[in-house]
Design a protein around this ligand. Structure first.
Ligand SMILES: [Zn+2]
Length: 304
């Protein structure tokens, strides 16, 4: 394992030095160390029932009762999660100037909490809720507090935490009282792109714009099974950009990849960051300017 990590980490560092403006896409794999479960196994298959569909959520009061009752239990995991090693390593890469854009399919905001700034939350953020009628927004924890007050019996339940603030709770949800928009009584929904919904166009265009000024794509901890993420790899491939993937399993984009490391994320990313930092330090002591550093670093990485 140590050898595999060192080899993948060195190769990744070299990849970054050769393409120092990266367009990064991340998925559930970067957050599993933070205690947030993911949906898919290493073969990219569902390992639990798929999440709620947008159309069902909007159409059915009973789907919303079940959703919010389970969220009252499961959202704690999302709320209390702390950034993990992969988030920190990616924030370090940004601080070193290597990240053009970081597009995440996660809704947990852990990249931002680790210090990343150039982030696009492709699928939205789970800590906000939005009225589907009037657009009113509120923090999700405030809505949860209201619902806990309205449903004391449900608030006392516990169950195994599931992805996206869900929980494996099964009971009669018909008495659960859902908190509606305080302004218009419309349906409140997490500000998250559900399956069956589409990414807002301005967000997709912002992510695409980043691709145009990047030199390569690095996918981290994602199977790219969801089309909204996979499409960028197809575009990058059409643009002739190299595409690398670091994940534990297969990806939908395997045929498009120029580099692939099937290895644990945090040790490999951390190894690469340390190697890049030591190359930069070595060049700094030689008194080279920042722009020369990059060129020199990519030349010297061959012997590392
Ligand atoms: Zn409203």
């Amino acid at each position: 394992m140590q050898k595999r990590v060192a080899q993948a980490g060195s190769e990744l560092a070299r990849f970054i030095e050769q393409h120092p403006r990266l367009w990064v896409i991340t998925g559930a794999g970067v957050s599993t160390d933070s205690g947030i479960p993911d949906y898919r196994d290493e073969a990219g298959q569902w390992k639990r029932p798929p999440p709620v569909q947008h159309g069902d959520f909007m159409a059915s009061p009973s789907v919303r009762q079940r959703y919010w009752a389970r969220a009252l239990v499961g959202f704690q995991a999302l709320r209390e999660a702390k950034p993990g090693g992969a988030h920190k390593a990616l924030a370090a890469l940004e601080a070193m100037g290597y990240i053009e854009r970081l597009v995440t399919q996660n809704v947990d905001r852990l990249h931002q909490r680790a210090g990343s700034r150039r982030v696009i939350d492709l699928h939205g953020r789970a800590d906000l809720v939005k009225c589907m009628r009037c657009g009113y927004q509120m923090m999700r924890h405030a809505m949860h507090s209201e619902m806990a007050r309205m449903n004391p019996a449900f608030a006392a339940l516990d169950a195994t935490h599931a992805p996206d603030g869900d929980a494996d709770l099964e009971t009669d949800f018909s008495t659960f009282r859902v908190f509606d928009c305080p302004r218009c009584h419309g349906i409140l929904k997490p500000d998250v792109v559900y399956y069956g919904d589409v990414v807002p166009v301005e967000r997709r265009l912002a992510a695409e714009a980043g691709l145009k000024s990047a030199q390569a794509v690095l996918a981290v901890g994602t199977s790219l099974m969801v089309f909204s993420g996979y499409r960028f790899c197809r575009e990058a491939h059409a643009m002739g950009l190299p595409i690398a993937s670091l994940s534990l399993g297969v990806t939908r984009a395997d045929a498009l990849l120029t580099h692939q490391w099937q290895a644990p994320l945090t040790p490999v990313l951390t190894y690469a960051v340390e190697q890049l930092a030591s190359h930069q330090r070595a060049l700094d002591t030689q008194g080279l300017s920042a722009s020369q550093n990059r060129q020199g670093a990519s030349r010297s990485s061959g012997s590392a």
